[in-house]
Design a protein around this ligand. Structure first.
Ligand code: PEP
Ligand code: MG
Length: 329
């Protein structure tokens, strides 16, 4: 089976009945390999910028960030690269920026922290833009957004950074700065009910199933004591995921999934059945998900999804997806 999975690499990602699905990569550190070509995928759906920040002893300077992001944009130049702005706090501490909170997952995380420190946000966005000069593959993604006001504020800062960098470019050079697409992560449940208010302000959405599951179920994603309760196959999580894609479709806004669920065979089947057509995942899941999608008919997935949405427990849902996967060999 492993050989079969690897030989499907050159083939397009589409279901047996011809529905195309775009697979993208989640990355955190640069590698020297040309993974887009190697794995035949269409871009980076999530570049977690906090990872290089976490590995240092101090905040990287703007120039250091430019160097870092330019390498990423260059390495993955065959497709779009979605760079997420700094998503620290919660389970992602910066050793040189201590945050002491009793309830860090409900505290100063992601966009909340960077909007309180616009100098950090501006430097990072300026670095992304400077790194993207002459390239048109940068997309910017905002993490942990809860309200339209945060999107307005972040968007204003992105525009400021854009005009600053554009102005600094010498007029007579042929250097060109492209306006990056701006997206928002859907990972705080409240945002699901503000999609209409936010859709006009952004170019795309990306669903973070890891945090969406944590916040919808009120289960800390890293607490071993409640680990058995943390489950993205919970019927309520599935219902919300279905609602998100239906509403985004109605709004005409592209939506993808970059949480771990997208890279799980059963999760990918459920998401495609719901209507998601772009899934972003870690490199080691790509071949498997491609093979599974190429060997399934969307019409049969719809039957499975209808049952899953009526299930009462995550275990029942898992049984359904496992049955489907077993029937495919
Ligand atoms: C998510 O929450 O699903 C996500 C992709 O972001 P992270 O895991 O980095 O919080
Ligand atoms: Mg998240």
């Amino acid at each position: 089976l492993r050989d079969l999975v690897a030989t499907a690499r050159d083939l397009p990602v589409e279901t047996e009945d011809g529905v195309p699905v775009t697979l993208q990569l989640n990355v955190g550190l640069n590698t020297d390999r040309d993974l887009l070509k190697e794995l035949n995928v269409k871009g980076v759906g999530l570049y977690r910028t906090e990872i290089p920040f976490m590995m240092r002893e101090r905040l990287p300077t703007e120039d250091e960030q430019v160097e870092l992001y330019a390498k990423v944009l260059e390495q993955f130049s065959a497709g779009p690269v979605v760079m997420r702005t700094l998503d620290v706090g919660g389970d992602k501490p910066l050793p040189y920026f201590p945050i002491n909170e009793e309830n860090p997952f409900l505290g100063w995380r992601g966009i909340r922290l960077t909007l309180d420190h616009p100098e950090i946000f501006l430097v990072q966005v300026r670095a992304m833009l400077r790194a993207s000069i002459l390239r048109n593959n940068l997309r910017i993604l905002l993490p942990m957004v809860t309200s339209a006001a945060e999107v307005d504020e972040a968007s204003r800062l992105v525009k400021q950074a854009f005009f600053e960098v554009a102005e600094e470019l010498s007029c007579d050079s042929d250097e060109q700065l492209f306006q990056p697409l701006l997206g928002v992560m859907i990972e705080v449940p409240a945002l699901v009910y503000q999609l209409e208010a936010i859709a006009g302000k952004v170019d795309f959405f990306s669903v973070g199933t890891n945090d969406l599951t944590q916040y919808l179920l009120a289960v800390d994603r890293n607490n071993q004591r409640v680990a058995s309760l943390y489950d993205a196959y919970h019927p309520s999580v599935l219902a919300v995921l279905q609602e998100i894609v239906t509403r985004c479709e109605a709004l005409g806004k592209p939506v993808s999934v970059c949480g771990e669920l997208a890279g799980e065979p059963g999760g990918a089947l459920l998401l495609v059945a719901m209507g998601y057509r772009t899934l972003s995942m870690n490199s080691y899941n790509i071949d498997r998900v491609r093979w599974i999608l190429r060997n399934v008919r969307l019409s049969t997935l719809h039957v499975m999804l209808a049952q899953a949405l009526r299930a009462r427990t995550p275990e029942q849902v898992r049984k359904m997806t496992n049955l489907k996967l077993e029937s495919m060999g």
